[in-house]
Design a protein around this ligand. Structure first.
Ligand SMILES: Cc1ncc(COP(=O)(O)O)c(C=O)c1O
Length: 461
């Protein structure tokens, strides 16, 4: 394959970010406020500002942003209407340890958009909302146990920080050991839950049949937003709903990423299901910190009847005002349809480029948050993804970032689209993508050889 000559940007530098890192690391562990933001020495990026679909780093590098802060900036960074609303909201004050009129207005909008949310409470983050939902399920049922799925992410709290240890799995029939993915999580928690493979209703039923009477809730992401955007098969999600009803276990649908993104009513609208309790966060306020818990009235009324929920900053004024404006835009405009249309066009463009080079590939998830996978058939569960070869993605992602397309370097994170991504973003993205694919093939193609042959069959150089 000829060396690519077109849009190379050899000038990509992170000198200022790297200098800033040296300062930051003296004040903060890893020099960041979240472990996930540390990309290694010389690679960790610090942002100067965002605007629309783009972000600029301290070195002046401009990127088309497909991370959007892991999803929240659904209307684009610094959306003028949302930011103006937030400033207005702030004028009344921040928090009062008392309720306000606006929290009811926003709760009413959420009820209207998400039918399962008969009543609503607010939290500050996805983690907090899911914690509150699980506590509610336990309080309402009087049971302690719960079920989660391999490959899901529900935030950083003890009950959710467990994963299938595929690297050390010795007997596929027995399955992987479920291990915590961070120190400091008590092993005692392991006794409280079962983790079953995604898209496998039979395995779920096995657990519910044996242990249903001790289980408060099945906690599920309708689309694995932290595992390539692997979607539930429609029949699987319906089966989860039916099984929860059959075994009298509550279904918590974690829509922290999918809520107000994949449809106005989230994945529940897309799949035609209704949760007992659901959580929404990221897209609610275009990045301002707010999350919500919605659910069946008889369950939600347990808040205040023995189940605790609250927090100094819940429903603070600025985020509420941003939520009201964001939800209004998402509800009353074609923003979500436009986002999906962009995602579709981007996938089609990428497919054209990859097909022309004989690179097997597939996409997972929803057009608004999709994973790119280098194999003809996409994975439908975590085990499948984990045993695949994602080296090509990892290499490609770095080339894309260096050329101004900010995708997640980790292939588990989907590409997020905002309403600010426009035709010029699309053209530039595809242009850069083509070049990055060529360079990746050039660098990896041959030496990758035997290892990736089954996946990369057909690549000519
Ligand atoms: C499905 C899901 N639930 C919960 C969380 C935790 O949200 P937060 O990072 O706001 O605490 C996330 C974060 O990515 C998520 O994707």
């Amino acid at each position: 394959m000829n060396a690519p000559t077109r849009r190379l940007k050899p000038a990509y530098k992170l000198d200022k970010s790297t200098a800033h890192f040296q300062r930051a690391v003296r004040a903060m562990p890893l020099g960041v406020s979240s472990n996930f933001r540390y990309w290694g020495e010389g690679k960790t990026v610090y942002v100067e500002r965002g605007g629309g679909a783009r972000v600029w780093d301290l070195d002046g590098n401009c990127y088309i942003d497909y991370r959007l802060g892991y999803g929240p900036a659904i209307l684009g960074h610094c959306h003028p209407e949302v930011d103006a609303a937030a400033r207005e909201g702030q004028k009344v004050g921040t928090v009062f340890a008392l309720g306000t009129e606006r929290e009811v207005v926003v709760a009413e909008m959420i009820r209207e958009m998400v039918p399962a949310a008969e009543l609503v409470r607010f939290s500050n983050s996805g983690t907090e909302a899911v914690m509150a939902a699980l506590r509610l399920a336990r309080g309402a049922t009087g049971r302690d146990n719960y079920v989660t799925f391999e490959g899901s992410y529900h935030g950083l709290f003890d009950a959710a920080m467990w994963t299938a240890d595929m690297a050390n799995m010795t007997d596929p029939a027995k399955g992987p050991e479920i291990v915590t993915y961070g120190k400091g999580v008590p092993q005692l928690v392991r006794q409280l839950f079962w983790q079953v493979p995604y898209n496998d209703a039979e395995r779920l039923e096995d657990v519910l049949k044996k242990h249903g009477s001790t289980i408060a809730a099945v906690l599920i992401e309708p689309i694995l937003g932290n595992c390539c955007g692997i979607p539930s098969k429609p029949e699987f999600l319906k089966a989860v709903r039916e099984l929860c009803t059959k075994y009298d276990v509550l279904m918590i649908v974690d829509e922290v990423k999918t809520g107000f993104r994949v449809a106005k009513g989230g994945a529940q609208e897309l799949y035609g299901i209704k949760a007992d309790i659901c959580t929404m966060a990221k897209a609610v306020a275009n990045g301002y910190p707010i999350a919500c818990i919605g659910g069946r009235e008889d369950i939600m009324r347990h808040y205040g009847r023995g189940v605790a929920h609250g927090g100094t900053y819940t429903a603070q004024a600025m985020s509420l005002a941003a939520a009201e404006r964001t939800l209004t835009i998402l509800r009353d405009t074609t923003a979500l349809a436009d986002i999906a249309a962009y995602g579709k066009a981007m996938q089609e463009g990428m497919s054209r480029i990859l097909k022309a080079r004989g690179v097997p590939h597939s996409f997972t998830g929803h057009y608004s948050m999709s994973g790119l996978f280098f194999r003809e058939t996409p994975p439908d569960n975590y085990r499948d993804w984990k045993t695949s070869d994602y080296t090509f993605y990892d290499h490609l992602a770095r080339k894309l970032i260096e050329r101004g397309v900010m995708c997640e370097p980790d292939s588990r994170e989907p590409w997020f689209i905002s309403a600010a991504h426009d035709d010029s973003c699309l053209a530039e993205t595809l242009d850069v993508f083509e070049e990055a694919v060529d360079i990746t093939l050039d660098e990896l193609g041959r030496e990758h050889g035997a290892k990736t042959a089954p996946l990369m069959a057909g690549i000519s150089s």
